[in-house]
Design a protein around this ligand. Structure first.
Ligand code: FES
Length: 142
């Protein structure tokens, strides 16, 4: 499987993105194999892995929530919806809910500022969030 993920021409970021697309995350124990395939050091791979926020090294929950903390969403009080989600899920940003169903991640813009505040669950965007609509969105994905 890892063979299919190695970018051509060799490219660390593209390879890590392909691994994450295949597995949902980049297991740390795959770093030596990825480095060997690309002809770079383990440190090179770990450096890219730690630099990009979109790459994760732990298995995510069934659904990944990308909650926007960008300027536009902050200006429209996204913190109220975030607090409601954290309370409902029993976890905070960067964590997975105890039932393993949701991983809550932060992003700094989803490209939908005109309809702030925003979050995504999987590939679906939820605009103009309120605490009520945010928790209702969670129910839809249970
Ligand atoms: S700042 Fe949140 S969508 Fe742009």
């Amino acid at each position: 499987m890892l063979e299919k993920c190695v970018a051509s021409p060799p490219n660390i970021l593209a390879t890590l993105q392909a691994v994450q697309a295949a597995f949902g995350y980049v297991p740390l124990d795959t770093v030596p194999a990825i480095a060997a395939k690309l002809g770079v050091t383990d440190s090179d791979v770990r450096g890219v892995l730690s630099f990009y926020h979109d790459l994760r090294t732990e298995k995510p929950g069934k659904h990944v929530i990308r909650f926007c903390l960008g300027d536009s969403c902050r200006a429209t009080h996204c913190e109220n919806s975030l607090a409601a989600i954290e309370k409902k899920l029993g976890c905070e940003l960067g964590e997975t809910s105890p039932d393993g169903k949701f991983t809550l991640e932060k992003v700094y813009c989803l490209g939908n500022c005109a309809l702030s505040p925003n979050m995504m669950i999987g590939e679906e965007i939820y605009p103009r969030l309120t605490p009520k609509s945010a928790t209702a969105a969670l129910e839809k994905h249970k």
